[in-house]
Structure formats: C-alpha cells, structure tokens
Design a protein around this ligand. Structure first.
Ligand SMILES: [Zn+2]
Length: 254
C-alpha cells in the first residue's frame, strides 16, 4: 500500500498547517481520505496525486468543514462511492459505514473504527498496523471534543489497537503512538483534576473555571475553551465528582 499526503491550503487556529488529505493506493486502485474543504487548487492537487490510479471511493473521518465538504463533489467527478459514518452539514454519504466494516482496496482491508468524542460521527480507519486518526488524535496539538466520556473511551480503544503509526488529519505522522495516546489520556485526566480543583477553590460557573484552567488562552480561543470546560463538566457531573444546583457547581458532600 502507498500513502500520499496532499496538504490542503487551509492553515489556521484549529487546523494547524492545514487538513491532511490522503491518497491511499494499492494494486493501482485508490481511495481519497478526507478531501477537505472545497478549494479548487486543492481538488486539482488531489486529482494530480491520483495520477493514473483508478479511484474506488472517497471517504471521510468525520463531517467537520475542514474535512468533508469536497467529498461529494470529488465523488461525483470521479464517479465513485462517498463513504462516512453519517451525513453532515456539507456531506451526504452514498453509503454509510459502521464500526468494524471493511472497505477492500486492492490487497488491503481498510477497517472503519467508530471513535466518537471529537464528534459523534468520527471514524478512524485501520490498515494493518497503521491508523488514519482524523481529528481523534492529531499531530502536534490536543483535540477539541464534544463528548468527554466517549472521547476517553475512544482513546483507550485506539491504545488497545497498538498501531505502529498514526496518520492524523492535521500535523505530521505519529510514530510513538502509545506515548502520544498516553499523553492525550493524561492531558484529559489533568484537565479534570484542574476543573474539580477550581470548583473546590470557589469557582461556581463554567466561566469561572475557564478563567482559572485556561488562564492566558488566546482570546480567539476563549469561547472554544469555555465550551471545552462545559463538555468536561458533563462527564464530571455524570460521574458524581461535581454537583450542580441553582447556586452553581459544587463538590458533592460524601
Ligand atoms: Zn474535526
């Protein structure tokens, strides 16, 4: 199997150097993974990377706007299936994949792995000992999440697969996979401790907590930081580590 990365020209606060589109090929057949946003020069670059290959599908890891919107356009141009877990704002799969489902690319099996947390519709794709991790695990940064409990479970699932390499949706290839995933898990656990500690010190709202836990965060990321606190609060309240009432957040009395 051959892996070619085509970097989309959409760098930014949430996208790092840009979205990694991958052209995977085996026995002259090819799959385009995460074609990214609709940017003409990028779609042309993907078509050039496909060269003389015979495309069989366009697949997405999830339906965020930096990953999926070009999928249907490219699928139509190439005359191939468009695959993903579920429809999204600018994405309509021609076939939906479920956890464990296999897409055959030449001699290799591409296995869909449902990894909710960053989004509910997130899939990673495993080929032998390599995993395409989308925004579940990124190169060089932590991940914005929608569901903290699901995300932690999906990190543990990924660790259990023991991949040799991760090809993330943003940033460079990750070779120390177990180290990277352990760091991600530890980062989440530390954030939880920090949030509980902030409440213990008198924080009663997610705003209070954000000021403490995300002190000095780029003002552009302030809203995202507070959203992250709220997402983590859901998990901490569900686990009974924090309580909410009309007076705000508190530590449960045991
Ligand atoms: Zn995303």
């Amino acid at each position: 199997m051959k892996i070619e990365r085509v970097l989309a020209p959409n760098p930014g606060l949430f996208t790092g150097p840009g979205t990694n589109t991958y052209v995977l090929s085996d026995s002259s057949l090819a799959i385009v993974l995460d074609p990214g946003p609709v940017i003409d020069v990028h779609i042309e670059a993907i078509e050039i990377a496909l060269g003389g290959l015979d495309p069989i599908a366009v697949m997405v890891t999830h339906t965020h706007r930096d990953h999926a919107p070009a999928a249907n356009i490219l699928g139509q141009t190439l005359g191939v299936e468009v695959l993903g877990y579920a429809p999204g704002p600018e994405f309509e799969p021609t076939r939906m994949l479920t956890n464990g489902q296999v897409v055959t690319l030449g001699e290799v099996d591409v296995v869909a792995i449902h990894t909710p947390g960053h989004t509910a519709d997130h899939l990673c794709y495993r080929i032998a000992d390599v995993v395409f991790s989308g925004d579940h695990v990124m190169g060089g940064s932590t991940v914005v999440i929608e569901d903290a409990a699901a995300y932690m479970q999906s990190l543990k699932l990924m660790a259990g697969l023991r991949p040799a390499h991760l090809y993330p949706g943003h940033g460079s290839r990750i070779d120390d996979v177990s180290v990277a995933i352990t760091e991600y898990i530890n980062h989440r656990i530390e954030r939880e401790y920090e949030i509980v500690a902030a409440v213990r010190s008198g924080a009663v709202t997610s705003e209070d907590i954000t000021e403490v836990v995300y002190a000095g965060v780029d003002p552009m990321l302030q809203a995202a930081a507070q959203r992250q606190v709220q997402v983590q609060l859901v998990k901490l309240v569900e686990e009974g580590r924090l309580e909410t009432s009309d007076d705000g957040l508190s530590i449960p009395s045991t």
